[in-house]
Ligand binder design. Structure first.
Ligand code: PMP
Length: 422
């Protein structure tokens, strides 16, 4: 087959019935040109862009009813509190958690995982114990566990994956069988490979041995419907900025009984019941884990993002992105010298690749001149790069607003890179 893909052979959006023109119109940032070319934003796994509904929700909070929450007796504080707690209920419904007490607002996925490693891990792990993670974790789901192991004398165990990027479940099970495992941490959707891990099965296997499981859902939540009760996970972490919400907000879901038994992560205002110099008692959930003034307007913005996404429907989003992934993969496979890293059968929304003889940073720089924003680097998953023996990859990642035409632009731009380096 020719290396040159047939452009626009796929009718514009298309099988999944999404009105992409309307969706794109809701994103002011997508209208711009970059280096004189229309922006093709394919760095969504790093951070997506925000629709106007989210920008307006934040602006509306600051311009019409902002006040600090929980403590105030005045109207603005009451309105802000209601909107902030309303967002918590939206997150609860989004994850199908049992109660709002199970939803803790943090700064990001990283802080959610650090909270669990410090508070839960710090309570249960001791010398000789083990924490199991997988070989495809983001640094955020590696380093907090290493720090815990350093503090406690526990050991980090890593479940390996195949060349295709699929977890080897037998190896995972073998690690669980040691009888010393205190917690499993697993990424739901790998940001470096696109692999969708069989987390429900992995949780069943861990629970059969009495081991709780934390799922890093940073990449999963914008692409597929997550039901924490159906998964039966013990903790689930994600970031607002990857799901069309603002930066500065993360979510930690935890089963109520576990959260209740855990000590606070940080001390300060809002997380207490009564303070004296002799002794302090802590607030009930979820406040026990939310010390200090949170990012109020941004939490409200996250609520608006979830409303916006729900109105489209995650099933429609998943179907559209799957189309894009298949369309992009088929074309990229035809480019000689291009190697896709991560070819798992269950895969979502991103393509990580290398191009023979060209450093990924050069790919990224040349694509940028064509208006195409991708990411080049180790994607905060250096052990994944080490597993494949590469320093970095180029990564194109998709969101609901991306189009087949944009995939065509990406492919054309990569062919241009090849020409320049020929
Ligand atoms: N886990 C995964 C799988 C991620 O992709 C990311 C972000 N790239 C994180 C964790 C960390 O997210 P944040 O930087 O928002 O804490």
């Amino acid at each position: 087959m020719s290396a040159l893909p047939a452009l626009s052979t796929v009718p514009a959006e298309h099988f999944t019935g999404l009105d992409l023109a309307r969706i794109r119109a809701e994103f002011p940032i997508l209208r711009q040109r970059v280096h004189g070319k229309p922006l093709v934003y394919l760095d969504n796994a790093a951070s997506v862009q925000r629709p106007k509904a989210v920008i307006d929700a934040i602006s509306d909070c600051y311009s019409s009813y902002y006040g600090n929450i929980h403590r105030g007796v005045h109207l603005l504080s009451e309105r802000s509190t209601a909107a902030y707690e309303g967002a918590r209920e939206k997150v609860r419904a989004f994850l199908n958690a049992t109660s709002v007490q199970e939803i803790i607002f943090t700064r990001n996925t990283t802080e959610s995982i650090n909270l669990v490693a410090s508070s839960f891990g710090g309570s249960v792990a001791k010398a000789g114990d083990e924490i199991v993670i997988t070989g495809m974790e983001h640094h955020s789901n590696i380093v907090p566990w290493q720090m815990l192991c350093e503090r406690t004398g526990a050991t980090l165990k890593v479940a390996p994956f195949t060349d295709a990027g699929e977890l080897i479940l037998e190896e995972y099970e073998r690690l669980l069988d040691s009888g010393r495992v205190k917690l499993v941490g697993v990424v739901h959707l790998s940001n470096a490979l696109g692999t969708l891990n069989p987390v429900k099965r992995m949780i069943e296997m861990a629970h059969a041995r009495g081991v709780p499981v934390l799922v890093d859902g940073a990449q999963a939540v914008p692409h597929l419907a997550v039901d924490v009760r159906n998964l039966d996970c013990d903790f689930y972490a994600f970031s607002s900025h990857k799901i069309y919400g603002p930066t500065g907000v993360g979510v930690l879901y935890g089963k109520q009984a576990l959260l209740e038994a855990m000590p606070p992560y940080q001390g300060g205002g809002d997380m207490i019941s009564l303070v004296t110099f002799e002794k302090t008692t802590y607030a009930d959930l979820p406040n026990k884990f939310e010390a200090g003034t949170p990012s109020i307007a941004d939490v409200i913005g996250l609520g608006a993002a979830l409303d916006w996404l729900n109105a489209i429907g995650l099933d429609a989003v998943a179907a559209h992105e799957h189309e894009l992934l298949e369309y992009a993969t088929a074309q990229l496979r035809e480019i000689p010298g291009l190697n896709i890293m991560g070819t798992a059968r269950d895969k979502a929304a991103l393509v990580s690749f290398t191009l023979q003889g060209v450093h990924p940073h050069d790919i990224g720089t040349i694509l940028d001149r064509e208006g195409v924003a991708i990411r080049a680097g180790h994607h905060c998953a250096q052990p994944v790069m080490q597993r494949y023996g590469v320093p970095a990859t180029a990564r194109a990642s998709f969101a609901v607003y991306n189009t087949h035409d944009e995939v065509d632009v990406l492919v054309k731009a990569i062919l241009k890179v090849k020409e320049l380096f020929a």
